[in-house]
Write a protein that binds this ligand. Structure first.
Ligand SMILES: [Zn+2]
Length: 179
């Protein structure tokens, strides 16, 4: 089934799900999916990628980040994507700006930080992150691996996969979204 995250059909489908996996491209849609997850008590796995480039000394592009991550949030974990800094209120405000032109520009940007690139080729990175998301889902049931709520894949200066502990060191408790 394919449906807009705001549609009743999407809510009906996700309400019947044991787990929800979200991999959408903007804050508002992730927030919407998280709301459904909380409303119906379905745990959430969020997967996303990031590419950031900077200018090198010769004015060329320098890849500084090419990474992805998978976050698993079970019922009762006590945090949400907002507290982890993965959904920002300011982004949602821009995405729902009353001026259609601002909305359009906001949504068109952001594929690659530091460069105006609309649709980067992130196929291999996406494939790694998608595989990791499935691995995380399976592990929710068989618990063969030590549970790590946030796992990061990096591939800009050598490939590696590691749990992200720093996110929890910065965990925002009592954040506005959870009050
Ligand atoms: Zn929160």
């Amino acid at each position: 089934m394919s449906a807009d995250v705001d549609s009743p059909a999407a809510e009906e489908q996700t309400a019947l799900s044991d787990f929800i996996m979200v991999g959408t491209d903007n804050a508002a849609s992730r927030h919407r999916v998280q709301k459904i997850s909380l409303k119906y008590g379905a745990p959430l796995i969020s997967a996303g990628v990031n590419i950031t480039v900077a200018k090198d000394e010769d004015g060329g592009r320098l890849l500084v980040d090419r990474s992805g991550e998978v976050i698993a949030i079970r019922l009762g974990d006590g945090y949400r994507l907002n507290c982890l800094g993965r959904i920002r209120q300011a982004d949602m405000a821009c995405e729902s700006h009353p001026e259609p032109e601002v909305r359009k520009k906001t949504l068109a940007l952001g594929h690659v930080g530091g460069a105006l690139v609309r649709e980067p080729a992130v196929k291999t990175l996406n494939a790694m992150v998608a595989a990791l998301a499935v691995e995380s889902l399976v592990n929710q049931y068989d618990e063969n691996m030590v549970r790590e709520p946030v796992v990061v894949v990096e591939s800009h200066d050598g490939a590696r996969m590691c749990p992200d502990k720093s996110t929890f060191a910065m965990l925002e408790t009592g954040c506005a979204s959870c009050l």
